[in-house]
Write a protein that binds this ligand. Sequence first.
Ligand SMILES: Cc1cc2nc3c(=O)[nH]c(=O)nc-3n(C[C@H](O)[C@H](O)[C@H](O)COP(=O)(O)OP(=O)(O)OC[C@H]3O[C@@H](n4cnc5c(N)ncnc54)[C@H](O)[C@@H]3O)c2cc1C
Length: 420
Amino acid sequence: MHYVVIGAGPAGVNAAEHLRKNDPSGEITLLAAEDAPPYSRMALPYFLVGNISAEGTYLRKDADHYSRLGINVRHARVSSVDTGAKSIQLLGGDSLAYDKLLVATGATAVKPPVPGIDLEGVYNCWSLADAHKIIDRAAPGSNVILMGAGFIGCIILEALAARKVNLTVIEMEDRMVSRMTNETMGNMIKSWCEDKGITVLTGTRVDSIEENGGALSVATNTSKTLPADLVICATGVRSNTAFLDKSNIKIDMGIVVDDFMQTSVADVYAAGDVAQGKDLSTGDYYVQAIQPTAVEHAKLAAWSMVHGHTSPTPGKLNMNVLDTVGLISTSFGLWMGTDGGEEAELVDTERYKYLNLQFKDDVLVGASSLGMTQHVGCMRGLIQTGARLGDWKDKLLEEPNRLPEAYLASAQAQNKTLER
Ligand SMILES: Cc1cc2nc3c(=O)[nH]c(=O)nc-3n(C[C@H](O)[C@H](O)[C@H](O)COP(=O)(O)OP(=O)(O)OC[C@H]3O[C@@H](n4cnc5c(N)ncnc54)[C@H](O)[C@@H]3O)c2cc1C
C-alpha cells in the first residue's frame, strides 16, 4: 500500500505520522513544496519576535524523525493529479503512483488588487521565507503598515509591536477581527491597541502604494498618505487547489469532504486549511483554517485511509484564541448567536473585560470573551458537549460571570448519569 500525502504543514505531517501508527508496514511519501523542513506557520510570530530561531519553527526538531518512522519526505511541488490513473505529476516532470492520496496543501495568502502591491517591501506574512524578509525591514523605529486586522493580522500585529516598530494598522471593516468579535469587543481591542501606541485606522482602505528612492508611501481612501519602510498584507487567504483543476475532485471554497475526510473521488482524502470539513455547531461544511482543526482532520483522514470508513466526525468546533499585545480574546462556536436564541453580556470597558454567552434553549451554543482567560476551558467544554444547563441558564443570563460554577454543576450532573 502506497500512501502519498501532498503538503507538509501540520495536517500533512500529523497525517503521515498517524498513517504509520495505523499501518506499520505501508509505504508513506510526504511531499513538501517548500525548501525548509516541515514547519508551523503558527510559530512564525515567535520567530519574528526573536524568541525562537528559524529551526524553532520546525514541526519536528529531531532531524531523523521522519526516516525513523519510515516516512519518505520528498521536496517537490505537485503540478497535477490524475485520479483515473492514480498518479501524481510533479513540477519538473516526474510522476508518482499512489494507492491512497491525502491532499493537505493548506492555503496561500493573497494580495488585494491595489496599484503597487507587488513592490519590494510589500510582503505577506505567511511563510518562513516571508518572515525572513520582514525581519530584514522591521527594525525598531521603522514605519510599518499592516493591511488587515483579521485573526492572522492581529497575530502578526503582536509580533511587530514586540519589535518596537512604529505601527499603523489599516482595516477596511468598521472593527478589528470582525470574524470573531461584535462591535463592543472589536472596539475594545482597538482602544487597547491605541493605548499601546499603535495607530489603528478602521473603515479605511489602502488605495495605492508608491515607491520613491527606496521609501514606500501608502495612500488611503481617507486621503491620508503614510510613509512606510515595510507594508505587510494580511488581507485573506485562498485554498491551494489550482493543481486539482483536471482531477474531478469537487472543489467549493476548499476541497469538499465527507465525514470521513474523503473527497468526491474514492481513495482521495483532504485535511487542514484546504479541506471544507464539517462544523460541529452548524453541521455545515466550510474551511475553518485553524491549526487544531488541521490536526484533527489529519488524524481522522489517516484512520479512514487505513481502516475504512468506521469513525465519522461529529464536526470540529470553530474556535479562536488571540493574544493582541497582551489582551486575550476568544470566540467559540456560534459566538454571533443563533435565530431564536438568548444572549448574556458582561461589559467592563475600563478594565478591558468582556464576556458574551449565546444560548439556544438551555444549551450554550457560542461564546466570546476578552481579558477573561479563566472562562476559556468552561466555554469550550460546555459548547463542545452541548450539555443542558437547566436552571443554570437563567442564572447565567443574570450573571454570566458564574460560568465556572455552571460548568462544574454540568460536569457533576454528567458524572451522576454515568454512575447510574
Ligand atoms: C502568521 C500565522 C499565525 C498563525 N497563528 C495561528 C494560531 O495562533 N492558531 C491557529 O489555530 N492557527 C494559526 N494560524 C493558521 C495555521 O497556521 C493553519 O491553520 C495551519 O497551518 C493549517 O495547516 P495545513 O497543514 O492545513 O496547511 P499549511 O500549514 O499551509 O501547510 C500546507 C503545506 O502544503 C504545501 N503545498 C501547497 N501546495 C503544494 C503543492 N502543489 N505540492 C506540494 N506541497 C504543497 C505548502 O507549501 C505547505 O507547506 C496561523 C497562520 C499564520 C500564517
